[in-house]
Design a protein around this ligand. Structure first.
Ligand SMILES: [Zn+2]
Length: 155
């Protein structure tokens, strides 16, 4: 059995800006509205539910708040340098400078929906306690409504 959390209707959303280096259109600084979705698979526990998913929703809202109204910076990209309270980002030879406080510095290679989903899944695995009857969790990050990237892992 499966629980689903829809980020749009649960208001687990954020707005942010990013760059996809080398892409003909997304290589320019631009923004999206994002939603974080989740799916939790497992058997029904002794209390008649898979798990109380309020804790998952609250955690996902916290992650969304960390990313909201930020510039999403992929720290694993060699074109990123932090210097004196600023982030210097030079993808494809362009030069961007952002105040560090305006950025979400993410342990990803590209600030794509795919990598964001992986980042959120990693945070969820680190911080959310799942009962033993939960066997799999999946995270989807929508970049605008109706399109997103999903990743999952067995617990
Ligand atoms: Zn984009």
């Amino acid at each position: 059995m499966r629980l689903e959390i829809d980020g749009w209707s649960s208001k687990i959303t954020f707005s942010a800006t990013h760059i996809i280096p080398g892409h003909f259109k997304c290589g320019r600084l631009h923004g999206h509205d994002y939603a974080i979705n989740a799916s939790i698979e497992g058997s029904i526990g002794p209390e008649g539910v898979i798990m109380d998913f309020i804790s998952v929703k609250e955690f996902l809202r916290k992650v969304a708040a960390e990313l909201d109204h930020k510039v999403l910076i992929p720290l694993r990209d060699e074109a990123v340098k932090e210097e004196g309270g600023s982030v210097r980002y030079t993808p494809s030879g362009k030069i961007y400078m952002f105040p560090s406080e305006d950025c979400a510095l993410l342990d990803v290679g590209v600030a794509s929906a795919e990598e964001l989903a992986r980042f959120v899944l990693q945070r969820v695995r680190e911080k959310v306690h799942f009962p033993d009857n939960v066997k799999r969790v999946e995270i989807g990050v929508d970049e605008g409504e109706g399109q997103g990237a999903w990743i999952g892992c067995d617990l």
